[in-house]
Design a protein. Sequence first.
Lengths: 409, 247
Amino acid sequence: MSPWAVLRLAFRALGRNTMRSFLTALGIIIGVGAFIAMVVIGEGAKARVEEAFSSMGTNLLIVLPGSSSQRGVFGGFGSLPTLTWDDLKAIQTEVPSVRHAAPQLRSTASIVSEEQNWTTSVTGVTPEYFEIRNWPVASGIPLTASDVDGATKVVLLGRTVVDRLYGPGADPVGQTVRIKSMPFQVIGVTARKGQSPNGQDYDDAVFIPVSTYRSKIQGGLGNFIAGSIFVGASSPEATARAEREVRSLLRERHHLAPEVDDDFQVRNLTEIATAQQEGTRTLTTLLASIAAVSLVVGGIGIMNIMLVSVTERTREIGVRMAVGAKPRHILAQFLAEALSLSVMGGVTGALLGLLTASRLAARFGWPMLVRPGIIVLALAFSGLVGVVFGLYPAQRASRLDPIEALRYE
Amino acid sequence: MAGAPLIQLDDVTKVYRAGEVEVRALAGVSLVVDAGEFVAVMGASGSGKSTLMHLIGCLDRPTSGRYLLEGREVSGLNRNALAEVRNRTMGFVFQSFNLLARTSALENVELPLIYAGVPAAERRRRAAKALRQVGLGDRLEHHPSQMSGGQQQRVAIARALVGAPRLLLADEPTGNLDSRTSGEVMALLRGLSEAGLTIVLVTHAPDIASWTSRVLQLKDGLVTSDERVARVPSGVPAHAGAFETAP
């Protein structure tokens, strides 16, 4: 018998009991569906985390000043300025694994154009800041060192601010905006960056030279930096080393005894991103394992029904043997039925899983990432389940004694 | 093998073990059946007639003794080889028809050809021909549930004939039929016999056995009588071409 003929026979037998076949396949459908949905959603969530962190900048460390403590009440990191401009310079020049370091001073202010106004974050930075954050300008020109040296009144607008002040798609380069009643010339617009991992809009900000910020927007802490330091390591591999080196440099500069805690904090975003991805992966693996278990349970359902079917069709088996079916013909027939059930269940489940995943992805705004390998894996696994759990009933059928089978009532 | 009888049993025994008890279903049967014979095997239940039928039909193997089918020793063959022998040489007709339910007459008749590896178009052609031969040319697509007992048994006979067997084995073929339909089925078998087909039929009814040309009586696993009935071979030449014995 050709494989094609065996398959046709299997489909006919399954077609005679449509409801039973469907219910039997349902276990596989749910198993494969859940497996695919879990993996695809998990990959999407992982990609979302990755995207969010890479939008913050590459190889990024953020150094925050320490916390104030007055009568036992800690003010949290950043509440006490402990980082100095000399610290910044030292990080820039003395740590070999650091490529760039830049200050970030930030306060909220109202920006006024000719027609509109918008309250946003005014950020004092240096040109290196954009290097570290991997953030080019989309139109106009970037900040330069001479802007910082000369404390010029120029501003780079974030995309969201442009949308608010001038309308979507407008190009305001060359226009003048007022910040705290002072005119600033718009020299460029930064590229769209998107959201931070916790949903903050990076593009809702404007950038001015740090010198201008200190003299015009918010002066006053003298040697201390009233903000944080962004550090870009020379490579992803060097990030952990840069973190250690920056920490020991600052401890030395701040004359901290070995038993004293840091009066600053270094945040390694790569590490946080890795940890988050690890968490997502663990969860995905866990959910996919549960789905795989349900696939095995589906296989047991197939075995159960196939055993019932062999018993019900004992006479048919006897007749087939009497007219010349060899044991392997009977084996192939029942194995093909089990395999058809599981593979059809697998295909249906895969479609259902993809549908579910795309619905959920659309709802949460995650990207939908389907690796073909996952679908192949799920289908192969459901096929394997069909063979493993179909083999025993099929073998039982093929080993029947034709005389006994013909007599069976 | 030319000259060899179709069936030759030499002192064949069959012993079943039912728990502690040994049952000698056949206690030493020797028998020769030549091609073209129409043999009835009679006996009370437990006489061993069904066992003899199963052995001749290669559904079972003897405990001891030799079974030569067309001169070829088949008593030692394995399950696969026996299946092949059944497929190529035998046709079976059962008391309870044993047709596949919810399957058309045509597909039921095609069944032996599937396992013989005959291509689909050829299968259909030969199955339709076999059904016409038993007078069911207009019932090809009917399912067993849509047919009378006599029609179902004729489908079963068509299934037995479709592979152009050398030997037709019928186990109480009229046991589930009324007397009029029984007569029709026996007339059909008789016609096939007259066309040259060898038939071995198991029955307990003397009027059924009277259709045949040779009657074997079995008792306690032994042949107690073997009578050949002289019969006027009515119209043998006229029917000779009606049944195709070679594929």
